[in-house]
Ligand binder design. Structure first.
Ligand code: C2E
Ligand code: MG
Ligand code: MG
Length: 734
């Protein structure tokens, strides 16, 4: 026996408290044994042992259960000296299995010891559970123990190094992958901060920040965590901590890392740009970390260069150089990456911009766009994106409280001065929408904003209109109806009805009004009040109106012999139709074709016809009257300019609107109005006809008031061609 257990006990007076050392510097050794003497002896035997300049620190467990518990809480043990026989004959072996399998701890080096040789583990177990050494306690003399522990600690250190290399490599690979994504410098810098923290295993509280240096401008803090989180966006010069500021400045000037007293890394990019990042590391770097940082930084530099290339390409693809704003692509990207409160989109179209461009010149137009862009960026600083998405089309995306109609209006409140020109007043029409949830696609958002803008142009020119889905539904319904109307018109499914005019005093049929009817394929009648405004808005009314004129005149020509010579056909003519330059000529041609003369034809105009174009209208009216065609003012009394129209236009007849006769406004008061209209007509020597007579007493009243003619359900509803003929015959028989 070369060495004895007694020898191990020689240093028993030196009683070191266990685990009182900082975990960083010492090799942590766990002694697991149910015999208290063994603890003391082992500790004494290993006293003064330094492995690679680091001393040992001991922790004691007196049973397998206690050891397992400890190992669960601490991962910093390098070596465990474990007794095989404790609570049970194989408690130590079970503990080893638990360490490897249950705790998944493969780093801990294990030295098994036993008092009795008979309890030695199988060779398979030693291999399976990666046991470093197996010794009987008597074999473990001080020298042997030294050797065994030293080897175990070295093995542990190697494993640890391998592990941290592997981990660092993983970090770098992920970093390069994530940082290569085209999400801009800010994300890039934030990525560096996160990766550095992970690489150096420092937590959020450590001060970490990255600045970007651009030869064109001052370095700025682009990402910051921990105690310096508040520095984001701050110019480096203003960073309040002089130590951090100076370190970063020096690193940028020296163009190299400085790795003492905290870590400051330098990653060069292209065109003089560089990123420097500082980590306030409270300990010196070890060799592995130094090497890892080198690899990390060279990876970052490559990713940084790629990113810069990407940003340059982006700059071209996503930027509008004329007005120095993001373009349509960039706006769509902003919509796709939206988050939080950025829920409102406004699409803004400059009013009459094509006029500015053509009357003044293109270069001036460009200057106007720039001026508008500048004002928009100034006014909408709180927006996520202000972009030019088309010629004179601008778009805003941001939170609801930033994009409000009043603020949009304020952009155009004061005139623009361009090139010392006369102050130029501009206005814009804007469609505004609230985004419908986080999943709504950008294309749909833009489409809705476009619908809102279209509606605003229709109803709210020069102002902002907020899109509501009812409006969209209504617009869609109108579009469907219009397309059905076009089909019906070309399939000749439209026809005319005729409603007789009665001379109230004599009960004679003196004419008839032609009323357009649309019967759908399903047999449903769509009222003209619904489809005529649609036809007018779309321009279809011109063709429709021509057809009405030809059909009405042909019908009148076909009545020869059935009606008196002065029986007149009254045709409703809409404003748009009447404004057509060849309206008069084509009416006269059609009359000629049917051999009708002027006194057999009447044109019904509404008061709206005259708004804005009085001279032109007046001229046309005069031409028609010259050919004997009568002009009736339809729905008289409902428009706001009734009286002034009478002064300006020479017409033949007033049609008293049915609302005063039998409709919503009828009653004692409206009879007063009818009396006034009748008196006025008499005074101006105009004829009168009352619409909507439904009762005998209405007829008598109107007659008494001096109204000459009437039309209404009392006499007849509007009739188709055949029914009208029957009506004429039966009426004559009365
Ligand atoms: P309007 O020119 O004022 O036509 C008179 C309307 O009064 C007709 O409605 C007629 O059916 C209705 N009416 C006649 N008598 C009575 C009655 O006793 N009681 C009531 N409650 N209503 C009566 P309708 O056919 O629905 O036409 C509505 C409007 O559509 C017309 O008003 C006219 O402005 C327009 N319209 C109809 N056909 C044409 C057309 O060919 N061209 C143009 N431009 N407009 C047309
Ligand atoms: Mg009419
Ligand atoms: Mg009318």
């Amino acid at each position: 026996m070369p060495d004895s257990i007694d020898e191990l006990l020689t240093f028993s007076d030196d009683d070191q408290p266990s685990a009182e050392f900082s975990h960083g510097r010492h090799w942590q050794v766990l002694i697991v044994d149910d015999e208290p003497d063994v603890h003391a002896a082992t500790q004494l035997a290993l006293r003064g042992l330094n492995i690679e300049d680091r001393p040992l620190a001991f922790t004691h467990a007196h049973s397998a259960a206690e050891a397992l518990n400890l190992l669960q809480q601490r991962q910093d043990f390098a070596v465990a000296l474990i007794d095989v026989v404790m609570e049970t004959d194989d408690a130590g072996l079970k503990l080893v299995r638990a360490i490897r399998e249950q705790l998944g701890n493969s780093m801990l080096r294990i030295i098994l010891r036993t008092g009795q040789p008979g309890y030695a583990p199988e060779i398979d177990t030693i291999r399976q559970y990666d046991i470093n050494d197996y010794k009987t306690k008597t074999e473990l003399t001080r020298v042997r123990l030294f050797t065994s522990v030293t080897l175990a600690v070295r093995a542990h250190a190697q494993l640890q190094q391998l592990e941290s290399s592997r981990h660092g490599l993983e970090q770098i690979l992920t970093a390069a992958g994530e940082l290569g994504q085209p999400s801009g410098l800010k994300k890039f810098a934030a990525g560096i901060v996160t990766q550095l923290c992970a690489l150096l295993k420092v937590n959020e509280k450590c001060l970490v920040c990255a600045v970007v240096n651009d030869p064109q401008s001052e370095p700025v803090v682009l990402a910051a965590a921990g105690n310096c989180a508040g520095w984001m966006g701050m110019p480096l010069q203003q960073v309040p901590d002089p130590r951090v500021r100076l370190r970063l400045e020096r690193t940028l000037t020296a163009r190299q890392h400085s790795l003492d007293d905290g870590v400051c890394v330098y990653c060069p990019g292209t065109e003089g740009q560089a990123i420097a990042a500082f980590v306030d590391l409270p300990r010196p770097l070890d060799d592995v970390e130094r090497r890892l940082l080198e690899v990390f930084c060279s990876n970052i530099s490559t990713a940084f260069e790629n990113l810069q290339l990407h940003l340059n390409v982006n700059e071209l693809a996503f930027h509008d150089n004329l007005v120095r704003l993001p373009n349509r692509h960039a706006f769509i990207a902003s919509l796709n990456e939206r988050e939080g409160l950025d829920q409102v989109v406004a699409l803004m179209d400059l009013d009459n911009f094509s006029y500015i461009n053509s009357v003044l010149d293109d270069a001036f137009g460009d200057r106007v766009l720039q001026a508008v862009a500048d004002r928009l960026t100034g006014t909408f600083k709180g927006c996520r994106c202000v972009a030019r998405v088309g010629g004179d089309l601008f778009a805003l995306h941001g939170p609801a409280d930033a994009i409000q109609p009043e603020r949009i209006a304020s952009v155009f409140a004061s005139p623009f001065t361009i090139d010392q020109s006369e102050p130029l007043r501009l206005s814009a029409t804007t469609g505004l929408i609230v985004i419908d949830g986080p999943t709504q696609p950008a294309a749909e958002i833009l489409k809705n904003a476009g619908v809102a803008l279209k509606q605003a142009k229709h109803f709210n020119r020069g102002k902002t209109l907020t899109f509501r889905s009812e409006l969209a539904d209504a617009a869609r319904d109108r579009m469907t109806l219009l397309s059905r109307l076009r089909t019906a018109f070309s399939a000749e499914r439209l026809h005319l009805n005729f409603q007789p005019f009665i001379h109230l005093a004599s009960n004679r049929v003196v004419g008839a009004e032609c009323l357009l009817r649309w019967k759908t394929e399903e047999g449903r009648f769509i009222p003209p009040d619904e489809f005529i405004p649609l036809a007018e808005q779309s321009g279809l009314m011109v063709a429709l109106g021509e057809w009405v004129v030809r059909t009405a005149l042909r019908w009148r020509a076909g009545l020869k012999g059935l009606v008196d010579d002065d029986f007149r056909v009254a045709i409703n003519v809409s404003q748009m139709q009447f404004n057509e330059p060849d309206f008069v000529a084509s009416l006269l041609t059609a009359m000629n074709e049917q051999q009708l003369s002027g006194h057999q034809v009447e044109v019904e105009l509404t008061e709206s016809v005259a708004v804005g174009h009085v001279h032109l209208i007046s001229e046309r009216i005069n031409q028609l009257r010259l050919h004997g065609v009568r002009i009736a003012m339809d729905d008289f009394g409902t428009g706001y300019s009734s009286l002034s129209i009478l002064q300006q236009l020479s017409i033949d007849r007033l049609k008293i609107d049915r609302s005063f006769v039998s409709g919503t406004k009828s009653g004692p008061q409206s009879m007063g109005i009818v009396r006034t209209i009748a008196a006025l007509a008499h005074h101006l020597q105009l004829s009168t006809i009352a619409e909507g007579i439904e009762t005998e007493s209405q007829r008598t009243n109107l007659l008494e008031l001096g109204c000459e003619e009437g039309q209404g359900y009392l006499f007849s509803k509007p009739l188709d061609e055949a029914s009208f003929r029957r009506f004429l015959i039966s009426h004559r028989a009365e």
